[in-house]
Design a protein around this ligand. Sequence first.
Ligand code: NDP
Length: 327
Amino acid sequence: MEYTNLGKTGLMVSRLSFGSWITFGNQIGDSVSERLMDMAYEAGVNFFDNAEVYAQGESERVMGQILKKKTWRRDSYLVSSKAFFGAGAEVPTQRGLSRKHLVEACHQALERLELDYLDLYFCHRPDKATPMEETVWTMHNLIQQGKILYWGTSEWSAQEIMEAHMVARQNNLIGPVVEQPQYNMLVRDKIEVEYSQIYKTVGLGTTIWSPLASGLLSGKYLTDQDASARLHRAELGWLAERLLQEEPAKKVKALKGFAEELGVTLPQLAVAWCLKNPNVSTVILGASKPEQLAETLQSASVLPLLTDEVMDALDVLLQNKPVHPPY
Ligand code: NDP
């Protein structure tokens, strides 16, 4: 496993990490969750991603129980939580990025995860109804209190991230050091264009999500044999509607052929393609079955095959290479 600095911080993160969205406390049993965490940790993964909203808090509870059973030293791994959507929010104070919700969500996540501090704490989405000053001061104070070590954003625009940095600089506060955006062969703009300046200016690190576009980039939906797969889950009809379309299917079919010619599997090619981008600090893997994780944990072995020629050929196939503005 390779490790890299998370942006300009001193924090070393494994280039492959592991997340629990949809799976822990929901799609899979706790013993499978434990097996997956064991496999990840044994392969050198040091970052486990979570959020208050995953299975409405259950995902954090399951991860906390697993971590408690292990003899892993606390200084050998990182755990995150994210606040914004609430853990089954019923009233307005239970969501958003207000001081009240950020502090309460942090305390609740620590309780569910049975931890003393979070390594990373993300603002899961921007909150236009809360002043930026309130959010930045709150995150800074949580760091001062030792409840979180680093803070970041998820799916914020470059402008919002810079606004947070402006507020932090004006007040001598600690700003966000990491962003968690979607990035995969089908979704490229934020990582490849929008943030391109702020990797340099603020030293932004990234923990990217859905490297397989929720499993679409495994190629399994081309034959549709896996009835238990994510995009067949009733509660994810909205996601299936977005992803199970003719255009992406054509690309996935071509990618599958391409992977076969290279002599690798499509999930490994798709994850390695994300790893190839130096602005990606860590690729967060997801899995519902041990064999899936065993496959994607080997993705770095594909990197030597991703020469400039191969990357160019993939761009021709993908037809979505973002155009950089001419400045
Ligand atoms: P992926 O796009 O990699 O999708 C993972 C899913 O794809 C698995 O659960 C499994 O689903 C299927 N899969 C994985 N490996 C294989 C394989 N080898 N062959 C076939 N199918 C496979 O990642 P996620 O969407 O799960 O995102 C990863 C993590 O990122 C999340 O757990 C979460 O921590 C984070 N995240 C953050 C978000 C944010 O807003 N900040 C949003 C979404 C995710 P199945 O078996 O059910 O088909």
